[in-house]
Design a protein around this ligand. Structure first.
Ligand code: OSB
Ligand code: MG
Length: 368
């Protein structure tokens, strides 16, 4: 693949309403759009999904920028390559920094697919035309959570994920279950609990949650395995699964029944496809996670979630859930819990340059 230039755009956009978790309230989203261009003028797009501060994982917008500029872009330029998977493997020489790696690697997958004039979903072997999509509720009060869930159900979402933490859990799940007896509900704790809270977590078993996401430590697999033995609700791992090796360990230990795969968290397609394969072989269910991201990353998520095994609705919501106006040519739309596959080459959407310009706070281009 011949790369002529790589451009990093740093963006900042306010959310329509604050997104609340026990760790952080997100009111404004910063992110990085990676634009790679070849000699023919074809463009590939990626998105860095690290937040401004390290509340979800250790990366931030600034560490991602540093990694991209000083380490990863020079690595791409250092030697020729034929396929983006080689870059996925080349980046393994750099410790950690998955979100920075993913931002550039997914842009190269997009460019590669556009060079072949095929959609990414087709290149990775996807089959689903309708992508199963759900939405997330994170707010400060029970009333606000009920209101948000009601709005989302009215919009047609058929699966709702609730953010929970100690003291803001059983009551919330019970109320929501009473309000929506047959709705698919799950809870995401973002690592808010410890093993000593076991009885609090067991108290959730009676509400028929589809799963509980990441109840324990961000880098833990052993305690999740112990907890799963005493919990009826399946555990879904998010933060704990960063590499295919983590996935293998979780399988050996029976730490979970489900995994949410995020391209950013796991370092891009090369790693995500390997984690997916391990899950398929070992009967672990998968779905596509979200990062309150812009349309470029959402379009990549849609491509990934066309794989047959993505049989559970993911955190894939319409652009309009978080943004007044997204940065892509046509917004992501979810109707009745389904997003249509994007059938153009690559990720199937282009940048909306006018909107991008309005929200850009920094830009730098690196030539081969
Ligand atoms: O834990 O899945 C998570 C958002 C930011 C960081 C981590 C998580 C989330 C979400 C929201 O749950 C997903 C979305 O709607 O994009
Ligand atoms: Mg999560």
């Amino acid at each position: 693949m011949k790369i002529k230039s790589i451009t990093l755009h740093i963006l900042s956009m306010p959310l329509k309403k604050p997104f609340v978790t026990h760790l952080q309230t997100v009111e404004k989203r910063e992110g990085i759009i990676v634009e790679v261009q070849d000699a023919d003028g074809l463009i590939g797009l990626g998105e860095g999904v690290a937040f401004s501060t390290p509340w979800y994982t250790e990366e931030t917008v600034k560490t991602s920028y540093h990694m991209l500029k000083d380490v990863l872009i020079p690595l791409v330029y250092s030697n020729p390559f034929q396929h983006p998977e080689e870059i996925g493997n080349r980046f393994a020489a750099v410790r950690g920094n998955s979100m920075a790696k993913a931002a550039l690697e997914m842009a190269l997958w997009d460019l590669y697919a556009r060079q072949q004039n095929v959609p990414i979903w087709e290149m990775i072997g996807g089959t689903r035309r309708e992508i199963l999509a759900g939405a997330v509720v994170g707010a400060n009060s029970l009333n606000e959570m009920i209101k948000q869930a009601e709005d989302l159900v009215r919009e047609g979402y058929q699966r709702i994920k609730l953010k929970i933490s100690p003291g803001a859990d059983v009551e919330i799940v019970k109320e929501l279950r009473d309000h929506f007896p047959s709705l698919t509900l799950l809870a995401d704790a973002n690592s808010a609990y410890s093993l000593e809270d076991k009885s609090q977590l067991q108290a959730l078993d009676e509400y028929g949650l589809e799963m509980i996401e990441q109840p324990l430590g961000v880098d833990d697999l052993v305690e999740h395995s112990l907890l799963q033995k005493e919990l009826q609700t399946p555990i879904c791992l998010d933060e704990s699964i960063v590499t295919p090796h983590d996935m293998k360990s979780a399988i050996y230990l029976n730490s979970c029944g489900v995994v949410n795969i995020k391209l950013g968290r796991v370092g891009g397609y090369t790693s995500a496809l390997e984690i997916y394969r391990l899950c398929q072989e070992n009967h672990i269910k998968v779905w596509c996670g979200g990062m309150i991201e812009f349309g470029v990353s959402r379009a990549h998520n849609l491509a990934l979630a066309t794989l047959e095994g993505f049989s559970i609705p993911g955190d894939i919501s319409s652009s309009s859930k978080y943004w007044e106006e997204d940065i892509i040519s046509s917004p992501i739309v979810v109707k009745n819990g389904v997003a249509e596959r994007l059938d153009g080459p690559g990720i199937g959407v282009e940048l909306n340059r006018k909107r991008l310009g309005h929200v850009t706070i920094g830009k730098e281009m690196f030539n081969q």
